[in-house]
Design a protein around this ligand. Structure first.
Ligand code: PLP
Length: 383
């Protein structure tokens, strides 16, 4: 058996006729840039998120850059986020000239630890970027309470969490601005690059709309500095087809996760994904923690099973961000997760037989590698 980490073509086959029809319509109409489907997708995605506004943009990274610009965040200012995320979260902060300030993740959930948030807030802090990693919602009540009290903005990085919920609200709709990526492997993916910014604030939405299109409301006037961060009409047309299936796909992902957990529950030495007590997760990835991770990956690859590591090196230890002056040990919980995480194949179309095969190979691999305990070298949570 060969099992991919994400099989985007298998999903395409299930909606092929609708996608081809949608593409054909755009090709014949010719509104390739800022076409009808972009505006329609924006309305439909805002409705999905429960926000009054959505703006289609060129990628998730650009969505974050636009969100920071919309809040006039720049040089001399600080933005707090976690080191255990995809590089784009921090790239965006650096891109606008602000300084990324890290707060460690929670030991149980791997998302922003609100109990450590206040101690990194300074007079220069402008915003917090919580990342709903793997589709697991951050504790938004705690984060919003601190932001309100300290006068800070919240930009949610919801790039892995389309449709996840906290307290009955969809993520992205809870902070001031929510940012989404539609990179092909995300819970809803374009056939190329795309992203979106959502917000409840008309003024912020208007600014973002202007900035993604050269600061121009009408082609000839440029009322503020802008860029080309537009979403392609072809991608919007595909995303409209896919959005109709997103809820069902997220449910299928939860089913895949449930199936893995049922089969892996009794396996020794394995850290399973935490249950979400305060919200609803959407399993962008099903991530276990294992000893001897890299050997285990190799073993699984030999059984035809592709796995991933999200992410092996926390951002405070990446060369690109060396200027921030961090060293190993600065964010121990992020480092511990980074050393152990292993992403198993996760996508809505994954079949029971495949899940059983992966689970059995994982069990056999752990045994073959001599097991080993997970939590041996526990570090403190710094509290
Ligand atoms: C995918 C992702 C992004 C970036 O999105 P792109 O569309 O690839 O630019 C940002 N943040 C997180 C957490 C992501 O997973």
């Amino acid at each position: 058996m060969q099992i991919a980490l994400v099989d985007v073509v298998r999903q395409f086959r299930t909606i092929e006729a609708d996608v081809r029809r949608a593409l054909e319509r755009v090709l014949e109409k010719g509104d390739y840039v800022m076409g009808e489907d972009v505006a329609a997708f924006e309305q439909e995605f805002a409705q999905f998120c429960g926000t009054s506004h959505a703006v289609g943009v060129s990628s998730g990274t650009d969505a974050l850059v636009l969100a920071l610009h919309a809040l006039d965040i720049g040089p001399g200012e600080e933005v707090v986020t976690v080191p255990f995320t995809f590089a784009a979260t921090v790239e965006a902060i650096v891109t606008v000239g602000a300084r990324p300030v890290f707060v460690d993740v929670d030991r149980d959930t791997a998302v922003l630890n609100p109990r450590q948030l206040e101690k990194v807030i300074t007079a220069r802090t402008r915003a917090i970027i919580p990342v709903h990693l793997y589709g697991f919602p951050c504790d938004m009540d705690a984060i919003c309470e601190i932001a309100r009290r300290r006068g800070l903005r919240i930009i949610e990085d919801a790039s892995q969490a389309h449709g996840a919920e906290f307290g009955g609200q969809r993520v992205g709709a809870i902070g001031d601005i929510g940012c989404f990526s539609f990179y092909p492997g995300k819970n809803i993916g374009a056939f190329g690059e795309a992203g979106a910014v959502v917000t409840q604030h008309a003024e912020l939405a208007d600014r973002i709309r202007l900035m993604r299109n050269h600061g121009s409301p009408d082609k000839y006037h440029h009322v503020r500095l802008g860029w080309n961060y537009r979403m392609d009409t072809l991608q919007a047309a595909i995303l409209r087809v896919k959005l109709r299936h997103l809820e069902r796909w997220n449910e299928a992902r939860r089913q895949v996760a449930h199936n893995y957990t049922r089969r892996l529950g009794a396996v020794d030495g394995l850290g399973l994904p935490p249950p979400c007590v305060y919200g609803r997760q959407v399993f962008h990835l099903y991530v276990v923690r294992v000893p001897r991770r890299d050997q285990l990956r190799e073993y699984l690859a030999q059984q035809g099973i592709a796995t991933g590591v999200h992410y092996p090196i926390p951002l405070h230890l990446q060369e690109a961000f060396a200027e921030l002056g961090h060293k190993a040990g600065d964010f121990p919980v992020s480092e511990e997760w980074a050393g152990k995480v292993l992403s198993l194949p996760t996508f809505p179309e994954l079949e029971d037989g495949e899940i059983a095969y992966v689970a059995e190979a994982l069990r056999a691999g752990l045994t073959a590698l001599g097991g080993g305990s997970l939590g041996a070298e526990r570090t403190t949570n710094g509290e």
